[in-house]
Design a protein around this ligand. Structure first.
Ligand code: ADP
Ligand code: TYD
Length: 205
């Protein structure tokens, strides 16, 4: 059985990841499944609810462990079995989010972040392709405010400047991956979908 490919879509909140994930899944049909992080299994969704609850204070380092636990669960129960069964997996986020968001919220021990990310994902640490949708911070922020998700959400409440720091860390660490693409997120949904389609077709053909 030929293994499926693991494609990750990354970007800031509101950058258009889930819109593009749905578009790509639509074009791939039943060859592919979609997952999102954190979440995707009952346990990982429970961890997601806990993490996103802005009323629960925590040390930033705690988030690294919680996201990694949700990721290990998703990897072991959904992503690895699907790839082994020949399905492609299109993921909304992976460990690069932990590197970007948790270091931007103050976790300074980057070695520890990487160790946990590697432990959670094992051989799936390196995706076949990671696409970073680079949408200007201002646009992301305006979209989040429009959908009313900046209140009560732990991460969205950290604010626009925090998002700008997250983007910087993304761009710095992205370059360590063997296969990544940066797609300008300020175009139309159609334009971006066409670019992702071209990238996915090149990988899968
Ligand atoms: P994310 O999953 O990265 O948080 P979404 O895909 O949910 O982002 O998009 C956030 C909002 O922006 C949604 O309302 C979506 O319809 C809109 N949106 C996504 N991509 C674009 C785009 N290229 N142009 C304009 N609006 C967009
Ligand atoms: P979500 O509603 O999924 O945001 P989006 O639709 O933009 O992806 O919320 C997930 C939040 O968790 C988001 O603010 C990014 C953050 N996050 C981390 O801080 N670290 C991580 O490892 C992951 C996967 C997400």
């Amino acid at each position: 059985m030929k293994r499926g490919k693991y494609i990750v879509i990354e970007g800031l909140d509101g950058s258009g990841k889930s819109t593009q994930q749905q578009r790509l899944l639509h074009t791939l049909g039943d060859q592919a499944i979609g997952v999102r992080e954190p979440g995707g299994t009952p346990m990982a969704e429970a961890i997601r609810t806990l993490i996103k609850d802005g009323s629960i204070p925590r040390a930033p380092r705690t988030n690294v462990f919680l996201f990694s636990a949700a990721r290990a669960e998703l990897t072991d129960t959904i992503i690895r079995p699907a790839i082994g069964a020949g399905k492609h997996v299109v993921a909304d986020r992976n460990w690069l989010s932990t590197v970007a968001y948790q270091s931007a919220e103050g976790v300074s021990n980057m070695d520890e972040i990487y160790q946990l990310c590697k432990a959670a994902t094992e051989e799936l640490f390196t995706p076949d392709l990671l696409i970073f949708i680079d949408t200007p911070v201002k646009i992301c922020w305006q979209r989040l405010q429009k959908r009313g998700s900046t209140q009560g959400d732990y991460f969205d409440e950290l604010g626009e400047n925090y998002f700008a720091r997250v983007r910087e860390v993304y761009l710095e660490h992205l370059q360590k991956l063997p296969r990544y693409e940066i797609v300008d997120g300020s175009g139309s949904i159609e334009e971006i979908a066409a670019k992702l389609h071209t990238l996915a077709t090149a990988l899968l053909s």
